[in-house]
Design a protein around this ligand. Structure first.
Ligand code: NAD
Length: 491
């Protein structure tokens, strides 16, 4: 069985760490590879940072137009290898092939946006700001930047950062999730074909020890993290205490409000896609669905019908609409939360627990589940489930709905379905969340916009993607300049 190698200084290298953890296909339980996991991965990390620091000396000085050239080729390589990468994502992460292709498309879009860096990095200039003085701002790279990514979007999330970091002149060290390292392993085989100087991008496998080494390394200037809130908070605190710039995106608990004036059939279909897409393992998955004034249960009925007919199975089968969750521990956690909801008085309207998929009996499957009658402060209503479960909440007015939405400790996304512009506007303005959807179920910002997030969903200031990517990966320098006439030689 293959133990994955690191990619350091432009070469594939065996890790210093001999202990490994298994990469397991969540549908079949087949062990796909072994990944280095243990204290000595810190040495691998240090070696990658050393190479990145050396590479930075010349990469950071290279004209931006030259720095973006490898990104054009990377886009082409990602497109040419999209099917193979999508299959890898489905096999190690569990999502359907259509979902895997979709996340790769989002990755490519970030490469495309970063290709615009020659224009994006341009800054401000003011002539004659006072008595013949000109003033301008330039953006310069930070140095070595580290990235730590989660399991649920193995192909996309590193691309929220990597293209912006290197196009702005930084060097970049990535530690992917140890649960799904194979996608980036393949992406780095493509990166190896680029005309990039050695050390500009590196891949180091591992877990907490690798992360801690990154957080403590004095030459790492910035950290981009995406994962659960608990770890995000830890990364932010430890990284910032060590003087680093940190952007740490955390977990979520996303509410969607549906008003009776919405198109019920279309809206409930979109809402079901939001909850059950990627088996609910999306930071923008809808979790608490709030119906307003649904006295005769029309919305509930439509949501139930939409959820019930979804097919669960192995994502490599194109007919499947929902794959397994990542591992047995996650499956157990989701079932325990549902049990807790029932203990709190909840009624399971649609029960996806103990889903048995023919031919994949060992897979981590749970089918769409809906639970209602939950107390508003209950555990399942507050906790991130990260599985295909709708908590159905019935309220009487948009004000009650907004109060509920704003009681959320997280703030990744909040959505409303309505045909009323006035209600949509009120919601957009008053909902406390970083990403708002109006008649949209997954309010994922496109690459040219920052991927926002508030409260426990984000620690830091500047988010990933778009202009925030440029700002996060550069430090500003202000130049105040005077050229007195009388100092010039006369010709
Ligand atoms: P996780 O926090 O368990 O792991 C994320 C990364 O941190 C991994 O690379 C892991 O190796 C590392 N890590 C884990 N525990 C650590 C520790 N104690 N110390 C240092 N490093 C540690 O998250 P996950 O389970 O891989 O991903 C799912 C979570 O990510 C969910 O909470 C989801 O909402 C969140 N997420 C958020 C966004 C967003 O944009 N806000 C996007 C995707 C996923």
């Amino acid at each position: 069985m293959e133990t994955l190698k690191n990619y350091i200084n432009g070469k594939w290298e065996v890790s210093k760490e001999q202990s490994t953890t298994d990469v397991v296909n969540p549908a079949t339980q087949e062990v796909m590879a072994k990944v280095p996991y243990g204290a000595k991965t810190a040495e691998d990390l240090a070696k990658a940072v050393e190479a990145a620091q050396k590479a930075f000396q010349s990469w950071g000085q290279m004209p931006v137009m030259k720095r973006v050239q490898p990104l054009y080729k990377l886009k082409q390589l990602l497109e040419d290898n999209l099917e193979d990468l999508a299959k890898t994502i489905t096999m190690e992460c569990g999502k359907t092939l259509a979902e895997s292709r979709g996340e790769l498309q989002r990755a490519i879009e970030n490469v495309e946006v970063a290709c615009g860096m020659p224009v994006m990095i341009q800054s401000e200039f003011s002539e004659n700001i006072a008595g013949g003085i000109d003033e301008f701002m330039i953006r310069q790279p930070l140095g070595v930047c580290g990235c730590i990514s989660p399991f649920n979007f193995p192909g996309m999330i590193p691309f929220w950062f990597l293209p912006y970091a290197i196009a702005t002149g930084n060097t970049f060290v990535l530690k992917p999730s140890e649960k799904v390292p194979l996608t980036m392993q393949k992406v780095f085989q493509l990166i190896d074909q680029l005309d990039l100087p050695e050390g500009v991008v590196s891949l180091v496998h591992g877990g907490k020890e690798t992360v801690d080494a990154m957080l403590d390394h004095p030459q790492v200037k910035a950290i981009s993290f995406v994962g659960s809130s608990k770890v995000a908070k830890y990364i932010y605190s430890r990284g910032a205490a060590n003087g680093k710039r940190v952007q740490a995106q955390g977990g979520a608990k996303n509410p969607i409000v549906i008003l009776p004036d919405a198109d019920i059939e279309i809206s409930t279909q979109i809402i079901a896609d939001s909850t059950f897409g990627c088996a609910g393992q999306r930071c923008l998955a809808a979790s608490n669905i709030v119906t307003v004034g649904d006295k005769n249960g029309t919305i509930k009925e439509s949501l139930y019908e939409s959820a019930k007919k979804r097919t669960t199975g192995y994502g490599l089968d194109e007919k499947i609409e929902m794959g397994p969750v990542i591992n047995q521990a996650s499956l157990k956690r989701i079932s325990t939360l549902i049990d807790q909801g029932v203990d709190e008085g909840g009624k399971v309207l649609l029960d996806g627990r103990n889903a048995k998929i023919s031919g994949f009996e060992k897979g981590n499957f749970i089918s769409p589940t809906i639970i209602e009658n939950l107390p508003l402060g209950g555990e399942i209503v507050k906790t991130e489930i990260f599985g295909p479960v709708i908590s159905l909440i019935e309220l009487n007015s948009i004000d009650e709905a907004l109060e509920f939405v704003n009681s959320n400790a997280y703030g990744n996304m909040a959505c409303i379905f309505t045909s009323s512009g006035a209600n949509a506007r009120k919601f957009r303005s008053q909902a406390n969340a970083g990403n708002i959807g109006i008649n949209i179920g997954v309010a994922a910002p496109m690459a040219q916009f920052p991927f926002s997030g508030w409260n426990e969903s984000f620690f830091g200031d500047l988010h990933g993607q778009g202009r925030h990517g440029v700002e996060f990966f550069t430090q500003t320098k202000i130049v105040v300049e005077r050229w007195p006439k009388e100092w010039s030689r006369k010709f």
